[in-house]
Design a protein around this ligand. Structure first.
Ligand code: ADP
Ligand code: MG
Length: 543
């Protein structure tokens, strides 16, 4: 009947509304995401109902979402032609907390994990979030069931709501939001456009804002990869990552276990950190069924993967995921492990099957792999396998993996040798290489200042110690020496003492003869266990 009937909100709803109303301004915009997600869910449900039911009210309506703003009246209207709600459903769905996310939120609050309202932005509290921004809300709804009348549900969020019958409604739900004074900017077309593009760009039903279509790019990650053209991938990448380049690598996969995942990831052409731009922020966005949960989720991927772009979508995530609860944190970590594993596998395949493309990738992104190899204990081994170095046996510009180095080692050789220097010419013209060359021992060349740190952190590869070739600890196998022109033992002792006295104990710890030299008369080795000459130069430069 047409006389409004008054209802009290369930006690838990009141509690929730109380928190929601005092939330911080910065979180308020998520109400748009929540209402648009509900509209999209309602359309999805209608599509299913169309398959199973013969008689559907207003059958011919487009399955779309229409949003309009009126900045003079300070209202927003969100209308969908979805499944709609009967009177009983309005009471049940908008008057109680059936919704599991809101329950979880209240629970987190009572557990003391969430001291105040700061968490609402991450949680999203479903329909009730509208009261963050609304002075009052009217929900017009008419069910798909032909014999059910339409209704209007009204509330200011302060404890009670009213329901009355309403004539002339179309199928679905129309929510009219009268904004609070301090939230009136949401009624500006540009402001709402920004919010819709941010959170709802990939919703599968058309979203029109004041008659203009918002979501024109498809949620490519959910489509079958055999049906997607390269150009579509590139277009998606540019849109999603706000990029202007073409992606260098892409990884598109779906998995069912241990979690349902659809992921579409990209490596950009260039490493902007290398170009001297600021440190990259993690930017693989987290979605749940096409709706953005978090554009820059912390803790999803290891730090060294911050150069990856793209989207991860998992149905198993609640829209209102929170990193505050242990359970959700574990879920996000699990997701991250699956993605990291797949990505490492992709790199291994590239390195094996497309070595030239891999070398180009490596030239740009090696610093991240090195960082990971040194710091990410879980993936250290795989990452170490992906590292590449020039060596005394490679041509200039060509590289070797540690595994290939090991495969060339003779049975006598126990350690993997490397030398740090600014470039190939510098290392080759220095005295340290001679003794290794003379014995046919391969030495890796490290040109980057991080390499030394990385080699130290790795310690070994394939149970072989990594050893700096300019270290005093290096013991090379004996070699036949020509006795021609050699100094006698006494002469060597005298020369050593003279050198030691002349240089002084400030500058050398010991002077001795060595068979590490072939052509050069003398070399300095590093006695310091902690710091190599190269490291010392860096420390000095850093004062
Ligand atoms: P959730 O979407 O997680 O279930 P919400 O608080 O967002 O929780 O919504 C509560 C319920 O209200 C929904 O489950 C749905 O049954 C109903 N609902 C909300 N918006 C609509 C809508 N536009 N059309 C139909 N039903 C809706
Ligand atoms: Mg919802």
């Amino acid at each position: 009947n047409a006389t409004p009937q008054k209802f009290e909100f369930q006690a838990e709803v009141k509690q929730l509304l109380d928190i929601v109303i005092h939330s911080l301004y910065t979180e308020k915009e998520v109400f748009v995401r929540e209402l648009v997600s509900n509209a999209s869910d309602a359309l999805e449900k209608l599509r299913h109902t169309q398959i199973t039911e013969k008689a559907i009210f207003d059958e011919g309506l487009e399955l779309e979402i229409n949003v309009t703003t009126d900045d003079k009246a300070k209202t927003i209207t969100i209308q969908d032609f979805g499944i709609g709600m009967t009177r009983e459903e309005l009471v049940e769905n908008l008057g109680t907390i059936a919704h599991s996310g809101s329950k979880a939120f209240l629970q987190a609050l009572s557990e003391g994990g969430a001291k105040n309202s700061n968490l609402i932005g991450q949680f999203g509290v479903g329909f009730y979030s509208v009261f963050m921004a609304a002075e009052s809300v009217r929900v017009y709804s008419r069910s798909w069931q032909p014999e059910q009348p339409g209704h209007v549900w009204t509330s200011d969020g302060s404890g009670s709501y009213e329901i009355a019958e309403s004539e002339g409604e179309r199928r679905g739900t129309k929510i009219v939001i009268k904004l609070k004074e301090d939230c009136s900017d949401f009624a500006q077309d540009w402001r709402l456009k920004e919010i819709l593009e941010r959170y709802s760009a990939f919703v599968s039903f058309p979203i029109n804002l004041n008659g203009k279509r918002i979501n024109t790019i498809q949620a490519l990650w959910l489509r079958n990869k055999n049906e997607i053209k390269d150009e579509e991938y590139t277009e998606f990448y540019k849109f999603q990552a706000h990029a202007y380049d073409e992606p260098r690598l892409r990884l598109h996969f779906a998995a069912d276990a241990p979690l349902t995942i659809n992921a579409l990831l990209f490596v950009p052409k260039e490493n902007t950190e290398k170009l001297g731009f600021s440190r990259l922020e993690p930017s693989v966005a987290l979605y749940c069924r096409k709706v953005l949960i978090d554009a820059r989720p912390d803790g999803l991927l290891p730090e060294w993967l911050r150069f990856l772009k793209g989207v991860v979508d998992s149905e198993d995530l609640p829209l209102n995921i929170s990193r505050e609860t242990m359970q959700d944190k574990a879920l996000i970590e699990k997701l991250g492990r699956v993605i990291t594993k797949r990505f490492l596998k992709l790199l291994e395949d590239e390195a094996k099957n497309r070595p030239e493309a891999y070398a180009e990738f490596y030239a740009e992104f090696a610093p991240f792999l090195k960082e990971g190899a040194a710091m990410d204990f879980t993936h250290k081994e795989q990452l170490t396998g992906l590292l590449r170095f020039e060596s005394s046996l490679t041509e200039a510009g060509k590289t070797t993996s540690l595994a290939d180095y090991v495969s060339r080692m003779g049975s006598e050789q126990k350690e993997i040798y490397y030398l740090v220097g600014p470039n190939r010419a510098a290392i080759e013209s220095g005295p340290y290489l001679e003794g290794f060359r003379a014995r046919n021992l391969e030495v890796l060349f490290c040109y980057e200042s991080v390499d030394e740190y990385v080699m130290n952190a790795l310690r070994e590869f394939d149970s072989r110690k990594l050893l700096a070739a300019d270290h005093a600890d290096v013991k090379l196998p004996d070699m036949p020496q020509s006795s021609e022109g050699a100094l006698s033992a006494d002469e060597v002792a005298a020369l050593s003492t003279w050198l030691k006295d002349t240089l002084g104990s400030e500058r050398v710890e010991a002077v001795s003869s060595s068979d590490r030299l072939v052509d050069s008369p003398v070399l300095a080795t590093s006695a310091d266990k902690m710091m190599s000459p190269h490291m010392r130069r860096i420390m000095k430069a850093m004062k």
